[in-house]
Design a protein around this ligand. Sequence first.
Ligand SMILES: Nc1ncnc2c1ncn2[C@@H]1O[C@H](COP(=O)(O)OP(=O)(O)OP(=O)(O)O)[C@@H](O)[C@H]1O
Length: 585
Amino acid sequence: MVTDGGDTPHYKVLSIRMIWAATGVVVVVGVAVAVWLLLAFGGGDAQQRNQLEAIRTAGTIVIGTGGAVALLLAARRQRTAEIALKQKDLDQLAVTRTHELQERVAEDVRLNATERRVTELYTRAVDQLGSDKLPVQLGGLYALERLGQGNVDQRQTIVNVLCAYLRMFTDAAADVDTARQPQQRVREAAGAILATHLREDRAFWPDIDLDLSGASLLGFDLANCRVRSATFRAATFVDDARFARTVFAGDVTFEAATFTGAAGFGATRFDGPAVFESAMFSADAVFTAARFAGGPRFDGATFAATAGFDEAVFDAVPFAELPPDTVKALTSLPTHVAYADIAASREKLVPIGVSDGGTAGLDFAVDPHFVAFMGPKSGKTTLVRTILRGIVDRYTDKEAVILLVDFRRGLRGYLDTKHLLAYAVRAEQLKDMLVDVRNSLRKRLPGPHVTAEQLKNRTWWKGPDLFIVVDDHELTRHRGEDLLEPLREFVPQAKDVGLHLVLVRSTEGAAAGDTVVEALRDVSTPGLVGNGDLREGPLLGEVWPSALMPGRAVALDRLSGRRLVQVAWTGPAEKASDDQGTTSP
Ligand SMILES: Nc1ncnc2c1ncn2[C@@H]1O[C@H](COP(=O)(O)OP(=O)(O)OP(=O)(O)O)[C@@H](O)[C@H]1O
């Protein structure tokens, strides 16, 4: 091989002319040797024959050797050819590998570029969501949606962002007034995006987990969807919540969730465990034809209105065939309970009605006060009558006296026992009375010389406890002043001075601004929240007013938590003092 000084190698190749010349030389030499042998040893004597034989043998050996050499060369050529073939295969393999590597590098570059683009879009969309301008926020939401639609592996992350966004809003009381919440549009859009992609049609995102714990969800609609797992722990559904025909493939929890409007779970499928423990259904709960496969848990759930479980199936057992205890816990209370039918278990327990746990009552030795919020014509005065009757039944007039405040005079003549200390029907009259009450209570305050033992047994003063029972408490606001205000200072020390405030008021405007009620809330006073407009927001703890029948209310106290109560009916003629006969409304 020679080179031309450049990179290209040049090979010297045997020319055809050379091959013909060499062949001619070989033929001429062969013919010459044959002629020479014939001339030199063709005489035929023995010696010449021997010589010829020797020459033939030598020739045979030469030819044999030549053949061997030719064989060797052929073998060498074969080996070379095989090596060349193998090399060719190796070269081919190397080429293929190089190609694959190049493709992989190109793919990596492409993926990196996509990843970078996705990250950029994602960051920009999340930034937009954090803007204080609503249109920009909406833009961010829809950008996230587009990203999720085009990138399967980003969908759960995008759903997590949407859920985190919705979880930022927890003030359900503010949500009831949507006019105050322009932000609501963005939240609705976030909810709508979730619902769109959780419905099993063209834009469906499968295997999605939701976490909306603690969120305030206004008009939440997840009907006809399919999700893997979902957490709505302590969420508040403001207005109706729609989950009809939705499939929950895995775990789902609505533990301690509050449904302020109707809860629609008709034909919903719960394939995994479903937890509704301590959930509060303020309005109708529809579980008609729902399928529970993983052992639903409803312990402590409160159904304030109707609970419909017709055709529902619990772990393959139709609702109608469930054990009576389970069914009882899931169905509502009787609509009418007579006072005579409720029996207080403890001596001083003032019975007010029934709950799913039996008699519901007030223990004034444990919680000195009581407050109830109920809408118009929903049983306020009836509740007051029932409580008055209970106090008179459980306490002697030496143990308890009652100052009855009744500006509407609906209870005139109702209480005619010695328990009645005074009956206030006018602002000025009440004001004067409360001056005296305050002075008396101040005398009962423990002085610096009262011992711990005296404090425990309350022996530094003698006399009956004072129950101030107020019907329509909202009417005791007089010229912007709360007439009960002078009593506020005694609220936390009520047990020391033997004071009990029993306030029954309308739900309207009850969420804030009533300073005495505020003071009662501060000491975790037990109470009832009955029928009322849910837009009033939570009135006691997390209990909201809702559409309830007269006498029906949700009770809240520190010991038993939340439970539904049907207040016992006490007619106007059923005097607190007599125990003969009852009437029906
Ligand atoms: N515990 C109850 N059980 C059954 N029905 C009741 C009960 N409480 C009230 N009702 C029904 O509701 C009607 C109104 O009751 P009540 O007068 O006690 O309501 P109210 O809230 O005091 O009304 P208002 O808004 O006029 O003050 C009663 O006449 C009766 O029909």
